[in-house]
Design a protein around this ligand. Structure first.
Ligand SMILES: *[C@@H]1O[C@H](CO)[C@@H](O)[C@H](O)[C@H]1NC(C)=O
Ligand SMILES: *[C@@H]1O[C@H](CO)[C@@H](O)[C@H](O)[C@H]1NC(C)=O
Ligand SMILES: *[C@@H]1O[C@H](CO)[C@@H](O)[C@H](O)[C@H]1NC(C)=O
Ligand SMILES: *[C@@H]1O[C@H](CO)[C@@H](O)[C@H](O)[C@H]1NC(C)=O
Ligand SMILES: *[C@@H]1O[C@H](CO)[C@@H](O)[C@H](O)[C@H]1NC(C)=O
Length: 526
């Protein structure tokens, strides 16, 4: 997974005069105040709704206990992330009780404090080297990122259950980049946990992608760990077993579909009724069970048949490639959820499904690396602004997913190409915009692939403009950009308005107080 990137740096030759953003008319502020009052009313209404929802949930606790094993991955590779408290609200209103984080972001951990949500904290691959070489570094890491936040059983603090060492550190494409440090880092973190008297509360795990195991004949009963990982697994598995930690596997069925052309999509979407894979006495109707049982065989062959399994990442993207759409993602997620919630397990582990599974992912992230493909920024069950893309039961039962409430957006403004200008050279501007902004929806199979020229150029301009907080000077493009208040969205192709993340609440309030004082002063004087 891509690591935390929060850069809004621009290499494009567009100048920015900071002064412009500072002049705000009092009238504009008055409007903001009105907006805020309206928002407070809505908050009250939302609170009332939340109480109703709470009682409804209490009455379906049996359902919640099943759904309790389902969590979500909450990533942070966004230029304008939804504020963490909003995300926690989103999780709670959908009865999602487990999250897996890619790091130990302090704002996120603070927002999870007191939430009663179980948390898997991540350590990025880049940190493994130092944690491997220094026990002291591991102690500091545990102290700064776990001990400080962890709940002591009461209602405050963060319910940290797991620490994930690296993220797919054995991925084939990484080669030897992280592999040599995994076991050392894992051991040092475990020692540090023991030192902090947390070893009985927090388990250490190592998320492995499903490419750590294979089966030469594609039969689960022939599964084994890759020979080049034999030494590592020979160290890792006894460690996990000794500490009662599960084996965490990340499964990417979407990538399997793309790589293995001879893979029926129904097989992956849990929709197969006729054709099945026969493996001795066992038959397989979906690729998920095949993957899990290949791992089960590999674990058994290595002498650890009883290790519990957690699925650390599993999901389906909705844009940026063919087969990446909301409807296919919905079919996949519904199939997966009903399979997990049935608790049928797999042929090799009947009635014993993976103990937990984390959906990949909660929200779209516009800064994720697209080396694997343009779909990488569209894994969310929710859009970047917390709106459900489709319906699936993640724990909220038969109700629809609840969207994020009172999201703060920038103004309803877009940047498009000015059709009255000579557009013969406009492509260069679009390429420039796309090198920074997120144009992945324009790729073949994407939601905006079919919009005609120069609509696609407008899409690129707008993406750049929103990513730069709608600054007037980010819609120039050599005089070819034009700011409009008419939403250019067509059909499936959504021209987003960005999130307003520039004004923190406190700055906002300080500004309001200043203006109120000024107004009062003026009134008194007149
Ligand atoms: C966690 O702890 C380490 C060591 O003290 C520190 O360098 C790091 O910035 C902390 N935060 C995160 C997000 O890892
Ligand atoms: C494709 O899959 C079918 C059924 O699983 C198999 O019989 C066939 O040999 C496969 N073809 C190739 C080219 O792998
Ligand atoms: C490593 O290889 C040995 C010898 O082939 C085998 O017995 C053992 O099960 C393998 N270990 C793992 C973890 O795959
Ligand atoms: C487009 O680019 C070419 C080559 O740089 C230049 O000669 C031409 O004047 C440009 N046209 C416009 C309309 O800017
Ligand atoms: C926009 O569409 C035109 C014509 O289909 C194509 O040549 C161009 O590469 C597209 N530009 C982008 C940024 O997608």
């Amino acid at each position: 997974m891509a690591q935390y990137t929060h850069s809004r740096t621009s290499n494009v030759a567009l100048t920015f005069s900071e002064g412009a953003a500072l002049f705000v008319s009092p009238y504009h502020l008055y409007e903001e105040m009105r907006e805020r009052e309206k928002m407070e009313e809505r908050t009250l209404a939302a609170a009332a709704t939340a109480i109703c929802i709470f009682w409804t949930l209490l009455s379906c606790l049996s359902l919640a206990s099943v759904a309790g094993a389902v969590g979500v991955n909450w990533g942070t590779s966004s230029s304008h992330p939804l504020p963490p408290p909003k995300v926690v609200e989103l999780l709670q209103s959908n009865n999602i009780t487990k999250v897996k984080l890619s790091d130990a972001n302090p704002q996120i951990l603070d927002s999870l404090s007191g939430s009663r949500i179980d948390v898997m904290v991540g350590i990025p691959n880049e940190m493994l080297r130092s944690l491997n070489s220094s026990k002291k570094a591991a102690e500091s890491w545990v102290h700064d990122n776990i001990t400080r936040y962890i709940s002591n059983g009461g209602s405050s603090g963060v319910r940290i259950q797991y620490i994930a060492i690296g993220d797919d550190p054995f991925l084939q494409s990484y080669g030897e980049q992280f592999k040599p440090y995994v076991i050392g880092a894992t051991t040092n973190i475990q020692l540090a946990l023991s030192g902090a008297k947390l070893a009985n509360k927090v388990k250490v795990v190592v998320p492995c992608s499903s490419d750590v195991y294979q089966s030469n004949s594609s039969l689960p009963s022939k599964g084994h760990f890759k020979p080049e990982l034999n030494k590592t697994m020979t160290q890792l598995l006894p460690f996990l077993s000794k500490h009662g930690s599960p084996f965490v596997v990340n499964i990417n069925p979407f990538l399997s579909i793309r790589q293995t052309k001879n893979f029926s999509i129904e097989y992956t979407l849990f929709q197969l009724t006729t054709h099945t894979l026969v493996d001795g006495h066992n038959t397989y109707k979906n690729s998920f069970d095949v993957s899990i049982d290949t791992l089960v065989t590999a674990l058994s062959k290595a002498g650890f048949a009883d290790l519990e399994i957690i699925v650390g990442q599993i999901g389906w993207p909705t844009d940026g490639a063919s087969n990446a759409s909301s409807s296919i993602a919905e079919a996949f997620m519904k199939g997966l959820m009903s399979h997990l919630m049935s608790r049928d397990g797999t042929p090799l582990r009947p009635k014993k499904p993976p103990i937990e599974a984390y959906v990949f992912s909660l929200l779209d992230e516009d800064q994720r690396s697209i080396t694997a493909g343009n779909f990488e920024r569209h894994w969310g069950v929710f859009t970047f602004d917390g709106q459900a893309k489709y319906h699936v039961n993640l724990g909220q039962g038969s109700r629809n997913l609840v969207n994020a409430q009172n999201v703060k957006y920038l103004s309803s403004k877009w940047c498009v190409v000015n059709n009255n200008k000579d557009l013969s050279n406009v492509s260069a501007n679009a390429v420039e915009a796309c090198s920074i902004a997120d144009c992945t929806a324009l790729s073949p199979g994407g939601s905006c692939y079919n919009i005609s020229w120069p609509g696609n150029i407008s899409f690129a301009f707008n993406s750049y403009y929103q990513q730069h907080d709608q600054r007037a000077d980010s819609c120039i493009f050599g005089g070819l950009g034009l700011i409009t208040t008419v939403d250019p969205s067509v059909g499936e192709c959504r021209y987003a308005v960005g999130l307003n993340t520039s004004l923190s609440t406190s700055q906002y309030e300080t500004r309001l107080i200043w203006w109120t004082l000024l107004m009062a002063f003026l009134l008194v004087c007149m």
